[in-house]
Design a protein around this ligand. Structure first.
Ligand code: ADP
Ligand code: MG
Length: 254
């Protein structure tokens, strides 16, 4: 039911699309990003300009799960942030459901993200003062879903990730793996068309990891998932693996 409500209009219907294939949910083209310039954050201890991505091209179709692998610092998180519209790359285009989000205003980009993209951050980013259930329900608040529906949906999702007994706990009262599962449940709350997940199983045992991966990828659905991981079990469930080195795509399709 909530799926219907939240999918009532896709970005393809409501916004001027590019000329992407109808099935391409995510398309990066010529994406270059430097931190420390063009609005990137500057850290005095680093080189003033760090080139994190160099001319990256990447696609993920609806219904596809793409893995991103590569050593620490190779640009995985930067790509996920660009897909989620949390940063605008220095150059290149990032199309989500046919819309180049680099051309949107901040407000429009945020709106598109809230409607269509779920994010699992590497460090979870749970709000410390909110219970597990309230954290999971937060994207539904932003989407304007009524309170009773939010509560029901958040309760179901917590149970799906094996945390029924933890709904009223604060993040500080949960283990790392439990926080990770709350973050995953939150990313699923709006049943998004696109999910980006940064090392989503890093804190989980193999069995729990595969359960949450099944939830994230929602096999048989048209959800597009881009997942950064070092974990072979995680990469094994992807349809395609893209390998990065120093901000460049080394191979695509391994
Ligand atoms: P990965 O996720 O593969 O470890 P990242 O995308 O986090 O890689 O980082 C790519 C490069 O960008 C690294 O050299 C990293 O040090 C740099 N970087 C990441 N975030 C920032 C930032 N906020 N400010 C400056 N440099 C950054
Ligand atoms: Mg990273």
């Amino acid at each position: 039911m909530i799926q219907r409500v939240l999918r009532r209009s896709s970005a393809r219907d409501s916004q001027t699309g590019g000329d992407s294939d109808a099935n391409t949910a995510v398309r990066l083209d010529g994406v270059t990003h430097s931190y420390g310039s063009a609005g990137g954050r500057l850290d005095a201890d680093r080189d003033p300009t760090v080139i994190a991505l160099r001319d990256v091209a990447l696609t993920c179709d609806s219904g596809e799960t793409v893995g991103l692998e590569g050593p620490s610092g190779s640009g995985k998180s930067t790509i996920l942030h660009a897909i989620a519209g949390l940063l605008v790359p220095t150059a290149g285009s990032v199309e989500i459901l046919g819309t180049d989000i680099t051309r949107l205003s901040d407000h429009e980009r945020t709106r598109l993200r809230r409607r269509h993209v779920g994010i699992v951050f590497q460090r979870f980013h749970l709000l410390p003062s909110l219970s597990a259930r309230a954290n999971v329900a937060l994207p539904l608040v932003q989407a304007g879903v009524p309170r009773s529906t939010r509560r029901e949906r958040a309760t179901t999702l917590l149970s799906d990730v094996g945390l029924s007994g933890r709904a009223t706990h604060l993040p500080s009262e949960l283990s790392g793996g439990e926080c990770q599962r709350v973050a995953i449940a939150r990313a699923l709350a709006t049943d998004p068309d696109v999910i980006v997940a940064d090392e989503p199983t890093g804190e989980l045992d193999t069995e729990t990891g595969s359960t949450v991966l099944e939830l994230l990828t929602d096999v048989g659905s048209d959800r597009a998932v881009v997942v950064a991981s070092h974990d072979d079990d995680t990469l094994a469930i992807t349809d395609r693996v893209v390998t990065l080195r120093d901000g460049s795509v080394m191979s695509d399709g391994g």
